[in-house]
Ligand binder design. Structure first.
Ligand SMILES: Cc1cc2nc3c(=O)[nH]c(=O)nc-3n(C[C@H](O)[C@H](O)[C@H](O)COP(=O)(O)OP(=O)(O)OC[C@H]3O[C@@H](n4cnc5c(N)ncnc54)[C@H](O)[C@@H]3O)c2cc1C
Length: 485
């Protein structure tokens, strides 16, 4: 079959684009190198739906951030993903900082960010009592929000799959060719073809541009790693909104923010690295972010950390996102260098990609049978999001919803079975974890992982020793005498 469109990369940009295209009369595929959607930068970032005052007016970044902020709120409502409109402060400690806040405020006005104000220390401390007494002012942006970046990406991908988009996981594009207006991509074993190819490969997007046949591609990607701590829910309340310091030439700096799941996130730092896939954390990096957090909230207790992680930014050598039709290759669109605020912008990036497709001559009609939501019965997608009545009804319907598998995050056997049987089936422990948070609580999966693995084995008709953490050879259990080649 020849697809109309193949999207390379199932991060937030690829998944949102797939979902938008699934509302049209066309045949779409998404190919993803990893064993799941939302595993790249989309899985490891600060989760802030930025208001949009950072980017220079007139840039794509500025326009798509402000539009994306608005669309993300709609999308989360539509797909049943939690989003909290907590707002953000950029905190100033000096006269120089105040000047920076004034510049950000003016940028925000030019970019169309609603409701911003520069407030004095007294008002800031009323809103955020734990902020350092040395803080003298802040830029308050009420439209900033927090959500779960991989949660909304998985939801968008699943919704796209429900509407007929084909997902090819474990499909790393390594070569391509073109003939007669059709483009072919291959992972070495399977070849797929399409009229249009959209490159949404994140930190590998410049490399994928070359695989697609670009010569002297004008953008380089510099991978820049950022490290984080997640603090236990006992720390919740230490910050009511996202707390930034003034940005520097290394980006937005270390922040402290509530997460949508009730934890506190602290980080990131920003260092260029050689290997774009190196998501390791370092003791020096974690010490640096602990120190940065204490500047904002001196009494923050970093010993409340339950985990640490790192994400890698696809920083381009140009200031802006590079989202364009290829100048050399017909039918190719690149979304390259979509660094922060790329998550916040992603629903608007998807809209923009559709505009570029239209300019290329591809403008399919809307479908009348498009399903824009994930559940048609009106229930939340997860037990722990249900009302007491909905929970009672779910348990009556299926007693599996009455069996708690992850006690830290209240994830039931029914939820896990739903995830295993979803349009993009969860067949690894991390797939279940990213969808339901089983394993993301205080015990970090110590209790629930074996039970999740057993359920995956049972429901997919395999044996426990074949179940992996994240695909490939990441087996957890070794059968005596068995050979895990
Ligand atoms: C530390 C950090 C903090 C950030 N904080 C924020 C924030 O608070 N708010 C915000 O708005 N943004 C933030 N960002 C930016 C945001 O995470 C990114 O802009 C966004 O996730 C980019 O999404 P993407 O879909 O372009 O890339 P990705 O999520 O990286 O997805 C690209 C996908 O392409 C796949 N791929 C790569 N090569 C191939 C291939 N050859 N074949 C097939 N598939 C391939 C990858 O496996 C990957 O899944 C942050 C980023 C980082 C790293």
């Amino acid at each position: 079959m020849i697809y109309d469109v193949i999207i390379i990369g199932a991060g937030c940009v690829g998944a949102m684009t797939a979902r938008l295209l699934s509302s049209k009369r066309c045949k779409v595929a998404v190919v993803e190198a990893a064993a799941d959607v939302a595993t790249g930068a989309t899985a490891a970032n600060s989760a802030i739906v930025h208001a949009g005052y950072d980017a220079k007016p007139g840039t794509l970044k500025a326009r798509l951030n402000v539009r994306g902020n608005h669309l993300m709120k709609q999308l989360c409502r539509q797909l049943g993903v939690e989003l909290k409109e907590v707002g953000s402060h950029v905190i100033g400690f000096s006269e120089d900082d105040r000047k920076t806040l004034e510049e950000l405020y003016q940028r925000g006005l030019a970019n169309g960010v609603p409701g911003m104000r520069i407030i004095d220390g007294e008002e800031l401390h009323r809103m955020e009592p734990n902020v350092s007494p040395e803080a003298t002012c802040s830029l308050w942006a009420p439209s900033a929000a927090i959500t779960c970046p991989y949660g909304i990406t998985i939801a968008a991908a699943e919704n796209a799959a429900t509407n007929g988009v084909d997902f090819y996981l474990n499909f790393k594009v390594i070569d391509s060719s073109a003939a007669g207006g059709i483009r072919y991509i291959t992972n070495g074993e399977t070849t797929l073809s399409a009229r249009y190819i959209i490159n949404c490969a994140g930190v590998h997007s410049a490399e994928v541009a070359e695989i697609l046949g670009e010569h002297d591609f004008p953008v380089n990607i510099i991978p820049r790693r950022g490290e984080y701590y997640i603090l236990d829910k006992a720390s919740s309340g230490i910050a009511n909104s996202t707390l930034f310091v003034c940005p520097s030439d290394r980006g937005k700096g270390i922040l402290v923010s509530p997460t949508v799941h009730g934890n506190v996130i602290v980080g990131p730092n920003a260092y260029p690295i050689e290997d774009p896939d190196d998501k390791s954390v370092t003791s020096e990096g974690l010490a640096e972010i602990a120190q940065g957090a204490k500047k904002i909230i001196p009494k923050i207790d970093i010993r409340a950390a339950i985990t640490s992680f790192a994400g890698v930014r696809p920083t381009p050598n140009i200031y802006d996102f590079y989202i364009r039709r290829s100048e050399q290759l017909d039918g190719v669109i690149h979304a390259v260098g979509v660094e922060s605020p790329g998550f916040a912008a992603s629903p608007a990036v998807a809209e923009y990609i559709l505009e570029l497709l239209e300019e290329s001559g591809f403008d399919p009609d809307d479908r009348d049978d498009y399903i824009p939501t994930r559940r048609t019965d009106g229930n939340p997608v997860q037990f722990n999001m249900m009302t007491e009545e909905q929970k009672a009804e779910a348990c009556r319907r299926d007693p599996a919803y009455g069996k708690i598998i992850c006690r830290c995050e209240t994830v039931t056997e029914g939820d896990i079975i739903d995830a295993i049987e979803a349009p993009i089936p969860s067949v690894t422990i991390d797939m279940v974890k990213r969808r339901l948070r089983a394993g993301m609580g205080r015990c970090q999966g110590g209790f629930c992982s074996p039970r999740v693995a057993a359920l995956i084995a049972e429901k997919t008709g395999t044996t426990l020793d074949r179940v992996t953490k994240f695909g490939g050879g990441s087996w957890l259990v070794r059968k005596r005498g068995a050979d895990h080649e």
